[in-house]
Write a protein that binds this ligand. Structure first.
Ligand code: DHB
Length: 391
């Protein structure tokens, strides 16, 4: 008994001598589940690079906990996401989950986060209903309705009368299609066709032919990150860039990771989104410069979701004094606000969604590179499908 007391006292004394709390050297594991290979690998690459950059810049110890980042490749397959998330919770005993590159992958992880009471940061996937699948989800990306209603308002106010939409046929595409149509028609516009294209290996040509035939004033498009290049290629091959049909989209289509390789056909495309690498602020300049230096690449909106996800994790640990109790961490995240590279943001305490600026942007050449140049700002936009819930 005495010996045990002595050893305990010695341990405390040793910790104090080092100027560290008693829980120093304890680890907090962060398990990121991401598509690192397969058609959506750019999402995984961008998020991992941003998370590693955040740790490099802020140190790997926070509130006495050493942060250990574990990255797992789910290849974009929900069954793999489920298995890897389970392993991270049960075997690795992670304190945080994060990543989730596509909506079906976030859905696959939801029950595991809930059962394990592990805060899970959705850094990429953007279907509105995701955060309702687990009370342990907190989102640092965006929702499609949030970005889309702003584009619909802009179209209605800028002379567009007759619209068509073209979306990838799954959660975020359906969200985009519905929120665009509802908002645009409520403002007096007309929708003359809604096209849904398969998510995997899409061939846009037959759908674009229908756009050629219908001749709307504008075509509104959502495809997920990485797919925009294929869309633009076929848009040009069909001659639509010279047809007078205006191209409007969410920023997923002119993704900064691939925009510069799309060629001049992308010039003038108008999009709405929460992040552009060309966003003008000191925080973003520092972020883009450091990201380029570390990864030799331009960060896209996935990277900023990963960066802010790490910020939420660090700040939550500070607030709990290093406690990794899942419920305490989640409470610490609710209502958190900070200045992101994208602009001012807040986690809505009621919905666990980002409240953030949505920018209208136009593809322009800046110093010989294609960029999404912001020209209008809609401030502090909430997910409109949950606005009634928000605080
Ligand atoms: C989703 C994936 C994306 O790459 C994107 O840009 C938007 C949404 C998704 O699957 O939720």
């Amino acid at each position: 008994m005495l010996r045990r007391q002595f050893l305990a006292a010695a341990a405390v004394a040793a910790a104090l001598a080092g100027g560290l709390p008693a829980q120093a050297q304890q680890v907090a594991k962060v398990g990121l589940v991401l598509p690192m290979t397969g058609p959506f690998a750019s999402t995984g690459r961008q998020i991992e690079a941003a998370a590693r950059l955040y740790i490099a810049q802020h140190g790997d110890t926070v509130a006495g906990r050493k942060i250990e980042l574990l990255v797992r490749d789910d290849t974009g397959t929900p069954d793999v996401t489920r298995r890897l998330t389970q392993e991270l919770v049960v075997n690795e005993k992670v304190s945080f989950l994060g990543g989730f590159g596509l909506t079906p992958l976030a859905y696959a992880a939801a029950p595991i986060a809930t059962q394990g009471k592990v805060p899970a940061i959705v850094m990429a996937a953007a279907t509105s209903a995701i955060t309702e699948q687990s009370p342990f989800f907190v989102r640092t990306s965006f929702t499609l309705p949030q970005a889309t209603v702003v584009m619909a308002d802009w179209a209605a106010k800028n002379g567009v009368k007759k619209m068509m939409s073209l979306v990838s046929d799954y959660g975020p595409g359906i969200d985009a299609e519905k929120s665009f149509k509802d908002r645009f028609t409520a403002a007096g516009g007309e929708s003359v066709g809604e096209l849904r294209v398969p998510l995997r290996n899409p061939d846009f040509a037959p759908f674009l032919q229908r756009v050629v035939d219908a001749k709307p004033d504008a075509l509104f498009v959502f495809v997920p990150s990485g797919v925009g290049a294929q869309f633009m290629k076929q848009f040009v091959e069909r001659g639509l860039d010279k047809s007078g049909v205006k191209l409007l989209a969410t920023g997923d289509v002119t993704d900064d990771d691939i925009l510069n390789d799309m060629g001049d056909a992308a010039l003038g495309v108008i999009t709405s989104h929460h992040y552009a690498a060309a966003h003008q602020s000191p925080e973003n300049k520092a972020f883009v410069d450091a990201f380029r230096k570390a990864s030799n690449a331009r960060p896209n909106f996935m990277a900023v979701g990963g960066w802010d996800g790490m910020h939420v994790i660090y700040e939550a640990l500070k607030k709990t004094g290093g406690s990794t109790d899942g419920t305490a961490l989640l409470d610490a995240m609710k209502g958190m606000s900070w200045t992101s590279p994208r602009g001012p943001v807040q986690i809505d305490a009621a919905t666990r969604e980002m409240v953030q600026n949505i920018y209208i942007r136009k593809v322009e050449k800046v110093e010989d590179e294609l960029h999404n140049v912001e020209f209008a700002t809609f401030e502090a936009v909430k997910d409109p499908t949950k606005a009634a819930k928000g605080g």
